[in-house]
Ligand binder design. Structure first.
Ligand SMILES: Nc1ncnc2c1ncn2[C@@H]1O[C@H](COP(=O)(O)OP(=O)(O)O)[C@@H](O)[C@H]1O
Ligand SMILES: Nc1ccn([C@@H]2O[C@H](COP(=O)(O)OP(=O)(O)O)[C@@H](O)[C@H]2O)c(=O)n1
Ligand SMILES: [Mg+2]
Length: 253
């Protein structure tokens, strides 16, 4: 798997190997299996496969802005793997895991689950995928999320999509979503919007300052919005779309 550090010499050659890296070297553990709360605090990151760089895109926007809907279209067209932080957390609830009750309460209140839990789920999903391009949807939701991911993974996203949608429209969409979600009610949505402004906007500003942010107007039909998304990925074409182009070429022969 590309995400894991494959060379032991690389692991031990860093000036101060973390406990996490020592454990991995000793037991061949995947990252998500290896870190406990204590390790998580100390992890030093830098987990990149030599010669193979994954394309990672964070997908941000308020509740109901259309992140999930557009991710589905991006997956269909560009072959990314869609990792929704919210879906990963909801799966934990339905699997009755040790954190299930805590996650359920946090989501019900419209607050943010501790980064330790969410980053671990994302890494587990990445590590069990053969793909090398990922859409990470609904993450990072706070500076704490962002810093935790960077510390553990050791990389930044290649770019960040931000679906910019007026609050009134987001509320309307969430209340019509009809997926039986415990947080799709007016009280929780109000809190989620407050949390979005207070904690997620600073992350969006951070990536804007780094020149990595693509702000997409999220008003319009799903197809109209996807038309605005396309050019962002077209710029990455040579790197990300080889398989699709190859398949197209074969089909056209
Ligand atoms: N452009 C759009 N116009 C109207 N409704 C939309 C649009 N895009 C998505 N929706 C609907 O709005 C709701 C929220 O969309 P979703 O993709 O789940 O948003 P998010 O993941 O950002 O919360 C869903 O019911 C979806 O079908
Ligand atoms: N990085 C994240 C993502 C989601 N969550 C929780 O999961 C809830 C639902 O997230 P989601 O991404 O599925 O929500 P939408 O924006 O798609 O409506 C959030 O309101 C948070 O309570 C979190 O704590 N941390
Ligand atoms: Mg979503």
């Amino acid at each position: 798997m590309w995400w894991r550090v494959t060379s032991l010499s690389q692991l031990v050659s860093s000036s101060k190997p973390s406990l996490l890296n020592q454990m991995r070297a000793a037991y061949g553990l995947k990252l998500w299996q290896a870190f406990s709360t204590e390790d998580f605090k100390r992890a030093e990151g830098g987990l990149c496969h030599p010669g193979r760089t994954p394309v990672t895109t964070f997908v941000l926007g308020g509740p109901g802005s259309g992140k999930g809907t557009q991710c589905t279209k991006i997956v269909e067209t560009f072959g990314f793997t869609h990792l929704s932080a919210g879906d990963l957390l909801r799966k934990e609830i339905s699997s009755n895991t040790e954190n299930g009750a805590m996650i359920l309460n946090t989501i019900k209140e419209g607050k943010i689950v501790p980064s330790e839990v969410t980053v671990k789920l994302i890494l587990k999903a990445i590590e069990s995928s053969e793909n090398d391009r990922f859409l990470i949807d609904g993450f990072p939701r706070s500076e704490e999320n962002r810093v935790a991911y960077e510390r553990v993974v050791g990389t930044e996203p290649d770019f960040v999509l931000f679906f910019d949608c007026p609050e009134e429209e987001m509320v309307k969409r969430v209340l019509n979503r009809n997926q039986g979600r415990i947080d799709d009610n007016i009280d929780t949505v109000k809190e989620r919007l407050r949390v979005f402004t207070a904690l997620n906007l600073p992350v969006i500003k951070y990536y804007s300052g780094k020149g990595k942010l693509y702000k997409i107007d999220a008003i319009g039909t799903e197809d109209e919005i996807f038309e605005r998304v396309l050019p962002v990925f077209a710029a990455l074409r040579p790197k990300t779309c080889n398989n699709i182009l190859q398949k197209q070429a074969i089909n056209e022969k």
